[in-house]
Design a binder for this molecule. Structure first.
Ligand code: NI
Length: 169
């Protein structure tokens, strides 16, 4: 397994929707293994394929990040088919959006349909933090980042800060 480079805002690839995966072959399984390694190395609780530059509808996440073991779940072509309620995530962050943290309004409970790593269709519900991580990663697959989820003021300040930083480097 290889730790891959995580691309960061304003890389234009982060704004592109990812393509559905038609075939789960050895390349896809290798990408998933590398994504998991990259997530644990960062460390983070979730990672979408676009964050390592692969525009494929794949995400990995830790279902129980509080448990100190390297177990993860991978979802292929995930879709939120139902969402209910409201949940304000606290201090949400993103490995591709360094130095931006914000509370974000999310759904409290979601139903997700996807394929597992064996290509079998699965459907399940998630709540609270678990649902936040999935909504955040599925956003990535639709070309949406944390920058799009914060207030207009916070977004402007962040964009200006990034521009200034890019000019300086
Ligand atoms: Ni992210």
């Amino acid at each position: 397994m290889t730790v891959l480079e995580i691309i960061t805002y304003p890389d234009p690839r982060l704004l592109e929707p990812s393509e559905p995966v038609a075939l789960i072959d050895e390349d896809v399984r290798q990408l998933i293994a590398d994504m998991a390694e990259t997530m644990f190395d960062a460390p983070g609780v979730g990672l979408a394929a676009v964050q390592v530059g692969a525009l494929k509808q794949i995400l990995v996440y830790q279902e129980h990040p509080e448990e100190n073991e390297k177990s993860f779940r991978a979802l292929i072509n995930p879709v939120i088919v139902q969402s209910e309620g409201k949940y304000l995530s606290e201090n949400e962050g993103c490995l591709s959006v360094p130095d931006l943290r914000s509370n974000v309004q999310r759904a409290a409970k979601i139903t997700v349909k996807a394929l597992n790593i064996d290509g079998e269709p699965i459907e399940f519900q998630a709540e609270g933090m678990h649902a936040v991580v999935l909504q955040h990663e599925i956003d990535h697959l639709n070309g949406v980042t944390l920058v799009d989820r914060v207030s207009a003021l916070k977004r402007e300040i962040y964009k200006r800060k990034v521009k200034k930083h890019l000019k300086a480097s």
